[in-house]
Design a protein around this ligand. Sequence first.
Ligand code: AMP
Ligand code: GLY
Length: 433
Amino acid sequence: MRVLIVGGGGREHALAWKLRRDDPTLELIAAPGNPGIAELAECVPIAVGDLAALEQLARERTVDLTVVGPEAPLAAGIVDRFRAAGLPVFGPTRAAAEIETSKAFAKHLMVEAGVPTARAEIHTRVADARAAARRFGAPVVVKASGLAAGKGVIVCRSLDEADRAINDMLEGNRFGAAGAEVVVEEFMEGEELSVFAITNGTDFVLLPGLQDHKRLLDGDRGPNTGGMGAYLPVGLATADVEAEVSRIVRRTLDALHAQGRPFTGLLYAGLMLTSDGAKVVEFNCRFGDPETQALMPVLDVDPPLLALMSAAARDEPLPRTAGRTSGACITTVVAAAGYPEAPRTGDPITLPDTTSETVIFQAGTARDAAGRLVTAGGRVLAVSAVAPTIADAHRASLRAAERVRFAGSHHRSDIGWRELARHASVDAGAAGD
Ligand code: AMP
Ligand code: GLY
C-alpha cells in the first residue's frame, strides 16, 4: 500500500511514524515532509497549497490513500479536488471544513444542533461587538472568526481589554480577513480536553482524549501559542465524559449531513469540562498539533489507524470500536528563540540519542546547504516520552527536551501539571490512610 501524507510538521511526522510502526512494509510519500519525516518516507518538495501538483503526484505514483495534515489545504478544497478525480483522500471537503475555518459557521451549527457551547454573538461592527461584551460581562472571549493559526482568540479579563481586542480585529486589521467578523462569547471555566473522531460522515471512532497546553510559559502564563505540549491519559476523561463527547460528535455530524456537507476525515472537538458538563470551545477539521505527537506513540486501536482512515476516505462503514492507550505519554515542544511572535531560524540543532521510551518528532527543522539540521520554524520539534505512569513520562520527556541543543531553545517544564497534581493528591491521600 502506498500512502501520501500532505504536510511537513510534527503532526505529520507522528502520523508517518505510527503508520510505519503499524506496517513496516508501508510505502510512504510526504509532501513536503521535513528532515525527520525523510527518515520514514520519500519527501517530495511540493508546498501544501499547490493542489494541482499534489493531485498530479497522487496520480503519477498511484497513491492508495492521501492523508491531509494541516487545515490550509482542506480550506482550499484539496478533498473536493481529489474526490472529483477519484483519488481516495482522508479529510473533509471545503464546505465541511468550515466547522474550523469559520467560527461563526461552527457556532450557528452548534446552536441549531443542540451541541453545548458557550453563549456567543457574532458581529462585524465595533459598537455591536462592544455591546455584546457588556451583555456577557468580563471575563469575556473575543475571537476572529476565520483561520488565525491558533492565535485569533483573546481571553479578556476586563471590558477594556475586550474593547481593544474588538478594535484590533474589526478596525486594526490585526488578523486580516479572518478578523473581519468577530465572535464574542462567554468565558467558560474548567479544564480543556481534545478529542479526535475518525469518521466517514455517519459512523465514527473516538480516540482517547488529550490535554494540550496553549500558553507559552510554565503555570499556563504568557501568550497563546499553537500548543507547547500535550499528554494522555487525562484522568477527567471518564466514561461519562466519553458518553457526552459521543453525543456531541453524533449531533455535529448529523447537523453537517443535514446541511448537505457530510464530514469525512478527522473531527477534532476542543472541549471545556465545566461544572455544567462538557461544552465545545472549538472544532477543528484535522488532527491536533501537538496532540497527535502525544497520541501516536500510545494509541492502540483495532483495526489499526490506517485501515480506519482508509475506510473513512472510501465512505465505507466503520467498525464499532474505540481507541485505547497503552501507557502514558507526555509531549514537550521545544521552540525557537522569539516564538511565538518572531521565531528565529537557521540555528544548528543537536539532537540527543533517543531511548526506547522517547521519540522526537520534527516540525520546524530543515537541512542547510552543508546538510546540517537547523531550525526553520517556531515549534522546532517535540519530544514524546512513553512510560507506565504520567510522572515517569514527565521526567523522561523533560530530560530529553533539556538535551536538545540549539541557540535560543526553550520549552515548558510542566507539561501534564494538572494530571501530575491529581496523582500527587491521590498518592498523598493514599499515604495518609
Ligand atoms: P480556540 O482557538 O477557539 O480553541 O481558543 C484558543 C484557546 O482560548 C482555547 O484553547 C481556550 O484555552 C481559550 N478559550 C477559547 N474560548 C474560550 C471560552 N469561551 N472560555 C474560556 N476559554 C476559552
Ligand atoms: N493543539 C491545538 C490545535 O491543533 O489546534
